[in-house]
Ligand binder design. Structure first.
Ligand SMILES: [Zn+2]
Ligand SMILES: [Zn+2]
Length: 410
């Protein structure tokens, strides 16, 4: 499809459906469902997809769907949205505020879902007109916040034959119309660790006859972050921060157990994979020096989301094509987690930031806040971008940008 054709087709499509998409988003916003409870949301999407002539498959746990558009087998490009809300109260004063107690679309997943639906309807029209030169898979994933709905999609072979995958995430610090991109890690790994320390306990008068458990725990608390900073490449931004510590109940008794919990965040995939073994070795070495037994529990959450260069270039080319030459800006790295990362462990792809701030409004929203809201023009922007990205990826018409001299390998 020629460039002007795609733009005018998108213009015409959005002119006819803009109000419908805003209504759809507001309906989801008023009826937010948390991870693995997205039954109403799933039904609504299914009805719309079927009305567009598509045949969605509901995932085995009953929420979330996958649907293919077009019959080609090569290439297959996937677009992913997440469906779930957060278990917090909606504190906005708008007509479409949440009608459910303790559930709120405060991460913009209602917007992502609406964009993917609209993109699917547009691409379905193209496929019906025999104008889609490949296959596009829409993945409406449940349970991003819980996590990990992405693993359910992987478990059913949801990306087994997919060449590339793309997703958007609302960014309330970016003006509507802007797209934030970044090659490499755009979100961080975020895992949870617990260290439980046990020893014989005893009187504080005689620490030499027992094991001084609180002292040992203190050593673990201070030594682990310090040792990590010398054992791991600082460029991986691996950081361990403790959030809870507990031991003992009396001033003159050495307790027989204690616990410390924290999070491990990391921007580098290799360091993330190595972190559990390294932490275990460090904990064991500190504990053995003080005669206590330490048990490390490392709970994996999500890997870092590492955007692949060619896929990122495809998003940028698509944005240039349908949003204008100045739409793309550099996205900062976030230490937040995003389960889209699981797809990128298997296949190339990119997550882009979708600006949702009303320009000039001075709004200072953040995601996961009970007052979070978006400039709904972001829906049309997202549909344009996702449709154009899918078409760009199908035609394979973007190559990795030349690295800036002296920067790429600095
Ligand atoms: Zn979130
Ligand atoms: Zn989110």
């Amino acid at each position: 499809m020629a460039e002007r054709d795609l733009e005018s087709e998108l213009d015409a499509f959005l002119a006819g459906h803009q109000a419908e998409f805003v209504d759809f988003r507001r309906d989801l916003h008023a009826h937010p469902e948390i991870g693995y409870h997205e039954h109403r949301t799933t039904r609504r999407i299914k009805l719309r997809l079927e009305a567009a002539g598509l045949r969605p498959m509901i995932l085995p746990k009953g929420t979330g769907l996958i649907v293919d558009i077009g019959s080609g087998t090569d290439p297959v490009v996937a677009l992913r949205a997440d469906l779930d809300a957060l278990p917090i109260s909606d504190e906005k004063n708008v007509a479409y505020r949440s009608t459910y107690a303790n559930a709120c679309h405060a991460c913009g997943h209602d917007v992502h879902t609406t964009i993917l639906l609209g993109t699917g309807m547009f691409l379905a029209r193209m496929a019906a007109a025999k104008a889609l030169p490949g296959r596009v898979r829409l993945i409406f994933q449940p349970a991003e916040e819980v996590p990990c709905g992405a693993l359910d999609v992987l478990a059913v072979g949801g990306i087994a034959s997919v060449d590339r995958i793309f997703a958007l995430h609302c960014d309330p610090r970016l003006d509507v119309g802007k797209i934030g991109t970044r090659v490499g890690a755009i979100t961080a790994a975020c895992d949870k660790i617990t260290v439980r320390v046990t020893g014989p306990g005893g009187h504080t008068a005689r620490p030499h006859l027992t094991a001084d458990l609180v002292y040992a725990l203190g050593k673990i608390i201070t030594e682990l972050p310090a040792a990590l900073s010398r054992r791991v490449d600082p460029r991986s931004s691996l950081s361990l921060v403790w959030g809870r510590v507990n031991a003992g109940s009396a001033a003159n008794a050495i307790p027989d157990d204690g616990i410390v919990e924290g999070t491990v965040r990391c921007l580098d995939d290799e360091a993330w994979h190595a972190a559990p073994d390294l932490l275990k070795a460090l904990v064991d070495s500190v504990a053995s020096a003080y005669g206590v037994v330490a048990e490390l529990t490392y709970v994996r959450n999500v890997p870092p989301t590492v955007n692949e260069a060619i896929s990122t270039a495809m998003v940028e080319a698509a944005a240039d094509r349908v949003l204008g030459a100045d739409a793309v800006v550099a996205a900062p790295q976030s230490l937040g987690g995003e389960d889209f990362a699981w797809y990128l462990e298997s296949i190339p792809g990119a997550l882009a930031r979708l600006g949702t701030r009303k320009p000039g409004s001075g709004d200072d929203f953040d995601i996961h806040q009970p007052t979070f809201d978006v400039d709904e023009r972001a829906i049309g922007v997202g549909i344009r971008l996702m449709a154009a990205t899918a078409l760009t990826a199908i035609s394979g018409s973007a190559s990795a940008p030349e690295p800036l001299p002296g920067v790429a390998h600095a």
